[in-house]
Design a protein around this ligand. Structure first.
Ligand code: F6P
Length: 518
């Protein structure tokens, strides 16, 4: 079926850098949101069209944006036309770094160091104005694109059978205000477009969420409720969002998993589907859960490529036949890399039988290095890694290999070789590595997984679940994973891979589009 889709997100599927000779080269953007949307769009049927509106993030992106505002997603599987918005750097910096990353990210992951942060003074009010302006620029661009596309489609429909209406998919905490702003801007031609919002992070419960200034807290919820559907990766985030709508806006909330008399329905544990409905200012927003898994066959095909296999050879040599514990993360504060390393240290201390018999590959790739907290955290990761190597390393055994330079093929190779995959975030919207690992695994890997990852809702049955704050429990889970019988590990890994493959990006995006109606 021909589909027409507009996507809006802060980071787009491609970002440009200048080469030494001043030429522009494009690279695929990182993170789970990009992977899910890119691969989901790639699966739209022939005759479908999509446009992706994002912010110019670098100086090179700004050059591309000024050269007509559109680059083609060259070298990307989706090949989607990308329109980059050249948002003034001051506004962009305050909206992205100060509000989205330093405030909303910490809020939604419940990560504030509350004796000291947050502090909402005059500086925040100024930053918030930039966040509003940045959201308005996205809403303007979407409304303009939607109007042009709908007018063209109406024209074409006179010659061909009508295709479904336009669907506009707004991504993440950077753009919470966009759905409402967009509704107010859609002209007659595009008024019938379906508007979806998707949150790739957790959502915080009302007691934590209300840390925001009251007007800001309400504006964010009201913004999202301009959408026809608001999606989350896991039921608990959807429930937290609905609870915030009821507590802070006084919105009318009907939860799909609760009978009118307050009794929970048996279906409450379903990982996907409608979570409820929020009615506010005369508009109903359906709140839904769409877990995002992986495209298993594409991932396995990528794994067979020469660059991945070359890395596999190098990693095998580094492991020297020892067991491998692998982690792959962007160095975000939510990923809990420091406690993961501390758990590995505790394993080597309390279970000395593993000394010389295991290697920990910890890939901690750069993220948001504009923020002081992230730079300090990265330093702590490096420091702890050095301490562990110094404490346990011997002439013929390196217990820990920390890599901080992003290398996708090397990450795939490591996942394929892992005996144990450690995914221990403090909190995470979903987590794709927990799903990619078992799919790629050659001999079956045991998954040590934080109960606070959205992916735990689907993977809990076959993973070893841990409390991410409990270093001793995590060390014990690593031991249990390392000693698990081959047959048990293989059985669990196969089941984990099947679960991950059940919600590929094509389904994740396709279900959202289908639910937005025609
Ligand atoms: O994909 C994971 C994620 O947390 C998304 O929620 C979000 O869009 C993205 O990372 C943001 O990362 P960055 O600040 O690097 O663009």
């Amino acid at each position: 079926m021909n589909q027409r889709v507009l996507v809006a997100s802060n980071r787009g599927p491609i970002s440009y850098q200048f080469g030494a000779d001043g030429s522009l080269t494009g690279r695929r953007g990182g993170g789970g949101m990009i992977a899910g949307v890119t691969d989901g769009l790639a699966a739209l049927g022939p005759g479908s069209s999509a446009t992706w509106i994002c912010a110019a993030l670098s100086d090179a992106d700004r050059v591309v944006a000024r050269q007509g505002g559109a680059g083609l997603g060259e070298g990307l599987r989706a090949g989607v036309p990308v329109r980059m918005l050249d948002i003034p750097p001051g506004i962009f910096g305050r909206a992205y770094n100060n509000v989205a990353n330093s405030t909303l990210w910490f809020l939604l992951h419940q990560l504030f160091d509350t004796p000291n942060q947050p502090q909402f003074g005059a500086g925040f009010r100024r930053d918030w104005e930039s966040y509003v302006a940045y959201n308005e620029m996205f809403a303007d661009a979407l409304a303009q694109e939607a109007g042009a596309q709908e007018a063209e489609a109406h024209q074409a429909a006179q010659d061909r059978p009508a295709s479904p209406g336009l669907r506009i998919l707004v991504q993440d905490y950077h753009l919470c205000l966009v759905p409402r702003l967009l509704r107010d801007r859609l002209g007659d031609a595009a008024r019938g477009a379906g508007v979806g919002y998707f949150c790739h992070t957790p959502w915080a419960p009302p007691d934590y969420y209300r840390m925001l200034p009251a007007d800001t807290a309400r504006a964010l919820l009201d913004g999202i409720l301009g959408a026809d559907r608001a999606g989350f990766h896991a039921g608990r985030w959807a429930t937290a969002f609905m609870d915030c709508c009821a507590a802070l806006l006084g919105a009318d909330v009907v939860r799909a998993d609760v009978e009118p008399d307050g009794v929970e329905r048996a279906s409450a544990n379903r990982p996907g589907g409608t979570a409820g409905w929020v009615t506010y200012r005369g508009h109903v927003t359906e709140v839904a859960v769409h877990p995002l898994g992986v495209d298993a066959s594409a991932l396995r095909e990528r794994d067979r490529a020469g660059d991945v296999q070359a890395h596999a050879g190098i990693l095998r040599q580094a492991a020297g036949g020892r067991k491998l514990i692998v982690r792959v993360d962007r160095t975000e504060l939510s990923k809990n890399i420091v406690r993961g390393l501390a758990a590995y240290r505790e394993l080597l201390t309390t279970r000395p039988q593993w000394r010389g018999r295991v290697v920990h590959l910890a890939f901690a790739y750069p993220s948001r290095s504009d923020l002081a907290e992230y730079r300090a955290y990265t330093e702590r990761v490096r420091q702890l890694a050095l301490e562990i190597t110094g404490e346990f390393g011997t002439a013929d055994w390196n217990p820990l290999i920390l890599e901080v330079k992003d290398d996708y093929p090397r990450s795939l190779a490591a996942c394929a070789l892992a005996d144990v995959l450690l995914v221990n975030p403090i909190r995470d919207g979903m987590n794709l590595v927990a799903q990619e690992g078992p799919v790629l695994s050659e001999r079956g890997c045991a998954l040590v997984l934080s109960r606070e990852a959205g992916a735990a809702a689907t993977l809990a049955g076959d993973a070893l679940l841990v409390n991410p704050y409990d270093i001793t429990e995590t060390a014990e889970a690593l031991h249990q994973a390392l000693t698990m019988s081959e047959a048990e590990r293989q059985r669990r890994s196969t089941a984990l891979a099947a679960t991950a493959a059940a919600d590929p990006p094509a389904r994740w995006l396709g279900d959202q589009l289908a639910s937005l109606g025609s």
